[in-house]
Design a protein. Structure first.
Length: 225
């Protein structure tokens, strides 16, 4: 589950991947042959006419799997839909694979990842982010289309401050005592802890220096430049 500045838990999967062909090569993985053949049979039985022809093609649909395995740099992930955006940093040292209920944004550095996570989690931008949603539910990539979020500039003092605050918020979120069985409450608990410590307010102030026209706005200004 994804919380502000924190990933609550992850499902674990162990596999070896060199290519699609290698992944299903029975000689390389003899103990998995029966399991894979059974799964392939279920896929063939239930797949729709326009679905990928094989199960491995479905697993790597539009290169959703192989592209992540070949480019595990610093990333930010955020939820595809919901009432509010929650975002967290996945550093290059974390080889987590993201499924299609989340979006991932590759960043050029860990500082840029903390900067972006702070922007997406901030209280100040939530009204504008909320207004970006499609069909009253899905964020998709619309925040980046409707809000002029700039790339991280390591020479910009406001960007540097926001990145540092994002890293600070992540450390505070890691220490927050939450109930793992109550995801929605956990999101609120983390935000409340960050407000109580003053970190969220400092994040909002930093963002107001970067995107003053988009903070606390129910509707983003039209046609951002």
């Amino acid at each position: 589950a994804l919380l502000p500045f924190k990933i609550l838990y992850l499902d674990e999967l162990i596999f070896k991947w060199q290519s699609k062909q290698e992944a299903v090569n029975a000689e390389n993985f003899p103990l998995l042959t029966d399991y894979w053949n059974e799964a392939e049979g279920i896929w063939q039985k239930h797949r729709k006419e326009r679905s990928p022809e094989s199960l491995i093609d479905r697993c790597d649909y539009v290169h959703g799997l192989s592209s992540q395995l070949s480019n595990l740099g610093d990333r930010v992930i955020y939820n595809k839909s919901g009432s509010n955006i929650s975002a967290a940093v996945l550093p290059a040292t974390n080889n987590t694979i993201i499924d299609d209920t989340y979006y991932r944004v590759a960043t050029r550095s860990l500082a840029e990842a903390h900067y972006l996570a702070a922007l997406l989690n901030s209280d100040a931008l939530q009204p504008a982010l909320f207004a970006c949603r499609n069909t009253d539910r899905h964020f998709d990539t619309l925040p980046f289309q409707k809000i002029p979020i700039r790339r991280y500039n390591k020479s910009n003092e406001h960007h540097i401050a926001l990145a540092e605050l994002g890293e600070k918020a992540e450390k505070e979120a890691a220490k927050c005592n939450i109930n793992e069985e109550q995801t929605n409450k956990s999101r609120s608990d983390i935000r409340n802890e960050l407000r109580a410590s003053g970190t969220m307010q400092r994040i909002d102030e930093a963002i107001k220096a970067i995107l003053p026209d988009y903070c606390d706005q129910l509707t983003p200004p039209p046609n951002p430049k």
